[in-house]
Design a protein around this ligand. Structure first.
Ligand code: AMP
Ligand code: MG
Length: 270
């Protein structure tokens, strides 16, 4: 397991992404090959912790994943949750809001998706889009999105108070890494389906997105719902960091198997 404390953003920190090396791999001695072996051990630990969470059924875990396009949200989910019981893990993906969603407040569609007791819920994008894409693409005026940091802090406080552990991951890739990943999607026919011309327009807005991410991370990393900036240029290292954060968090949640009924020792199945 990797010591992930240095990737955690303490409450009140002013985040400068240029200070976070997307290529970092200093937390693991060894390269890709050893890293992949280590991941399969962490997969097993996550599966065991999830089994306990499911059996206990008294608290939920919400994992928010945000990144720039090609940042690796989907593959992180695939690789980190390999081997868990699918019954207790759910993914919610948040795309462009529907007409009905837009007719409500922006947290409406999000709150409906938070995890019930016993579940891990993964948010592939989230309410943070409402201070990211909405800001960068000017879908709402500053007056509107700038108030949302406080709503979000309070919303997450409420979730935490009511028994949901909230964990937020920003997958940090560099601009050059994004170029390579977009180019791969063009070069490899079985990745064409992932290529979206609109992603090029978003790439033009790279600096705007970085500023919006910095503000979101600075404004909403709290003790009860911390952000982690995950170095994500190297996929194998990213997977180890995310897995380690999950294990650390779930160990703190400390889910317990329910006490068995009394007198089971004497029971014989005939
Ligand atoms: P994808 O994750 O590739 O399926 O794309 C989903 C798209 O939905 C992205 O371009 C997001 O920026 C966009 N999106 C997600 N949430 C919102 C939102 N609240 N307002 C506007 N666009 C959004
Ligand atoms: Mg996309």
């Amino acid at each position: 397991m990797i010591d992930v404390s240095e990737y955690r953003i303490p409450a009140g920190t002013k985040v400068v992404l240029a200070d976070h090396d997307a290529d970092d791999k200093t937390g693991f001695e060894g390269g890709k090959k050893k890293g992949k072996k280590a991941l399969s051990r962490l997969n097993k630990q996550i599966a065991e912790l999830q089994r306990r969470l499911w059996a206990e059924s008294r608290q939920g875990l919400l994992v928010v994943i945000q990144a720039i396009d090609t940042g690796g949200k989907d593959s992180t989910i695939r690789k980190v949750f390999t081997g868990v019981n699918p019954q207790g893990v759910r993914v919610a993906s948040f795309g462009v809001p529907s007409e009905i969603e837009l007719s409500h407040d922006y947290l409406w569609r999000v709150h409906k998706e938070t995890p019930p007791d016993g579940y891990i819920k993964i948010f592939n994008r989230s309410h943070y889009e409402d201070v990211l894409v909405v800001r960068v693409k000017r879908l709402a005026p500053e007056e509107t999105w700038s108030r949302r940091y406080q709503h979000i802090r309070e919303f997450e406080r409420m979730l935490a108070d009511e028994g949901t552990t909230v964990l937020k991951l920003f997958l940090n890739i560099s601009k050059d890494e994004q170029r390579q990943r977009l180019q791969d999607r063009l070069n490899e026919p079985d990745k064409h389906w992932k290529f979206n011309k609109a992603d090029l327009a978003d790439r033009e807005l790279w600096d705007h997105y970085q500023r919006a991410f910095e503000d979101a991370l600075s404004e909403t990393s709290t003790d009860y719902a911390p952000w982690y900036v995950v170095p994500a240029n190297r996929k194998w290292y990213r997977n180890l960091v995310v897995s380690s954060i999950l294990i650390e968090t779930m160990e703190k949640m400390d889910p317990q198997y329910p006490k068995p009924e009394e007198g089971l020792d004497d029971v014989v199945v005939t």
